[in-house]
Design a protein around this ligand. Structure first.
Ligand SMILES: [Cu+2]
Length: 184
């Protein structure tokens, strides 16, 4: 009876916390992150129909200030001091979107849209990694989030809308990435 009483005692505050964890405050920016074998794609559904791929930079192409295995060609960009809602899904197998500095880790499951949120209070680049074993290049699909000022974010957004407009080169690029990964 004593262990049962202890469990019931723990359960009461736990259910409250579990409920609050799902509570997402009104978001300033929404980013949709899609896990793919083996890279992430980002879209900004409230800002228009564009999406881009974020591929790890290979060792031979690294610049001196870029950390190995974490740097990507196109970072996810968000404004500082704003509530960012991240919608996470997968397009092939289960991946997991994890950025330790923001305290977030959530599964990217095909056919399901998971949500979490964060608020970055300092500008800079923050790194994370896929955290669900998803195949042979699981270790090579990092997450890089660039936190910038409001004005820089708006400038980036205008640029991104043009550069990544759907129907651009996004499909061939993704296919090329997959083929080069398979060829390794
Ligand atoms: Cu993955």
């Amino acid at each position: 009876m004593i262990p049962i009483a202890i469990l019931v005692f723990i359960a009461v505050p736990s259910f409250r916390l579990l409920f609050l964890e799902q509570n997402i405050p009104p978001a300033d920016v929404t980013v949709k992150a899609t896990g793919k074998q083996w890279y992430w794609s980002y879209g900004y559904p409230d800002q228009g129909k564009f999406e881009f791929d974020s591929l790890m930079i290979q060792d031979k192409d690294l610049k001196p200030d870029q950390p190995r295995l974490l740097s990507v060609d196109n970072e996810m960009v968000v404004p500082v001091d704003k509530i960012v809602r991240v919608q996470v899904t997968g397009s092939d197998v289960i991946h997991s979107f994890a950025v330790p500095s923001f305290g977030i880790k959530i599964d990217a499951i095909p056919g399901r849209l998971n949500e979490t949120w964060f608020k970055a209070t300092k500008e800079g680049i923050y790194y994370g990694q896929c955290s669900e074993l998803c195949g042979k290049n699981h270790a090579f699909m990092p997450i890089a989030v660039r936190v910038v000022s409001d004005s820089d974010f708006n400038a980036w957004l205008e640029d991104a809308k043009r550069k990544y407009a759907r129907g651009d080169d996004s499909l061939p690029r993704a296919l090329a990435a997959r083929e080069s990964a398979n060829a390794e």
